[in-house]
Design a protein around this ligand. Structure first.
Ligand code: SF4
Length: 400
């Protein structure tokens, strides 16, 4: 069978370990669990193999090592993981293979090794190029470290690099944000992600804000920073293709586009989520529990040929309404918007008819635009997208 005969699939691999926990982070990531690393990689290898039978009619088009800090993983372990992926799955001819990295520990040697292993896209968590803001976020790299890490990544042969930045930080001014963006743009990386900070309950930053030690982010300042960013990046050759993402033409992140298109993906590793065979499910968060459960699942499969995927902590088969709602909310995140014909082919409804009341309200508000065969967020809608999305959730009453 040619690879074009297989359905496309994406693979997400979660590495939950970090050298320290950043104050704003609510991802499934942990500091101080290094002792689990020797058992974690074998668990990943087992889970990769356990899913392969279910995925045999698919071919991988993207692979994404996310975290946590995947760049902390030994090259030997990355090599084993990729070897196992190649041994157990069909792959498309061209595969985007991304890895998230923290500038702090990156060395030229490690980057060269990653490139040689087939990692062809690097995504670096920079967040800010301002010392004080990095301190507030409890990031342990300096702006100079970022410059060195990008230079080393180029020297190692990476020609597809993303840098993550955060705006809307407490006390961040328009000027300090502009300085960060200008410095980053001068590096000429192919992709930029600019996210507004959300202060998530349970994080160290949340308690700082609650206790009044740190001011709350100012949403008006965040809006000003966002609008300036849109203009500045456009002037500098970047195309915005999603609410928080910009790239040089042709360098969009193919893996994340899979999520926004509500296409299938398998998540491997502690806390990783999947959308596969019409079902959504997620693995156990705690790495030690995840390891135990994968071992149990594999033992069962080896002993009696059947495997109950014990590492899965929760799942659902979304009803039709939820699938339609998820698909429109994810699709509207893309600047190109949602094509009505394609949506109808996949989901059996035309968005402009199915969401007539919601679209009418938000077209009147100037947040969405209905043009010919497509519906998309307006420039103002990109800024206030949550106001639109909340009305697209099933069973919500739309208040005009
Ligand atoms: S490096 Fe990333 S994943 Fe790790 S704690 Fe910081 S923000 Fe979270």
């Amino acid at each position: 069978m040619a690879n074009s005969d297989f359905d496309p699939l994406s693979l997400y691999l979660h590495i939950p370990f970090c050298s320290s926990k950043c104050g704003y982070c609510d991802f499934n990531s942990y500091e101080g669990l290094d002792h689990l690393v020797p058992e974690y990689t074998p668990a990943l290898l087992s889970e990769i193999e356990l899913w392969s039978a279910a995925a045999k009619s698919y071919a991988l088009r993207t692979i994404f090592f996310g975290g946590g800090t995947p760049s902390l993983t030994d090259l030997e372990d990355i090599k084993e993981i990729l070897r196992s992926v190649h041994a157990n799955y069909q792959l498309m001819e061209t595969v985007e293979c991304s890895l998230e990295a923290n500038p702090t520990e990156l060395t030229l040697e490690h980057l060269t090794g990653l490139r040689e292993l087939g990692i062809n896209r690097l995504s670096m968590g920079v967040q800010s190029m301002n010392e004080e803001e990095l301190l507030l976020l409890e990031r342990d790299h300096s702006p100079e470290r970022v410059l060195d890490a990008v230079a080393d990544a180029r020297a190692a042969g990476f020609d597809n690099i993303n840098l993550d930045l955060m705006f809307g930080l407490p006390d961040q001014t328009l000027e300090t944000w502009q300085q960060s963006v200008r410095t980053i743009v001068s590096l000429g990386t192919e992709h930029l992600s600019c996210y507004a900070l959300t202060v998530e309950p349970g994080t160290a930053l949340y308690y700082q804000v609650q206790k009044g030690f740190t001011p709350e982010p100012d949403p008006d300042m965040a809006a000003e920073q966002y609008e300036w960013t849109q203009d500045y990046l456009k002037e500098n050759g970047y195309v915005q293709y999603e609410i928080s993402n910009w790239s040089k033409p042709g360098k969009e992140c193919q893996h994340n586009i899979v999520y926004w298109n509500a296409a299938p993906y398998l998540g491997i590793g502690a806390g990783a989520h999947s959308f596969f065979a019409g079902q959504r499910f997620g693995n156990t968060d705690a790495p030690n529990r995840y390891i135990e459960q994968v071992i149990e699942t594999k033992l069962e499969r080896d002993n009696n040929g059947r495997a109950t995927m014990r590492q899965i902590a929760g799942g659902e088969t979304p009803d039709r309404e939820t699938l339609i709602s998820d698909a429109i909310i994810l699709g509207l995140r893309l600047l190109q918007g949602v094509n009505e014909d394609e949506f109808e082919t996949r989901h059996g409804v035309r968005p402009s008819a199915y969401f007539a009341k919601q679209f009418s309200k938000h077209a009147d508000n100037g947040l969405i635009e209905l043009e010919g065969n497509s519906v998309k967020l307006s420039a103002r809608g990109l800024l206030l997208s949550n106001e639109v999305f909340i009305d697209l959730i099933p069973d919500r009453e739309v208040v005009s």
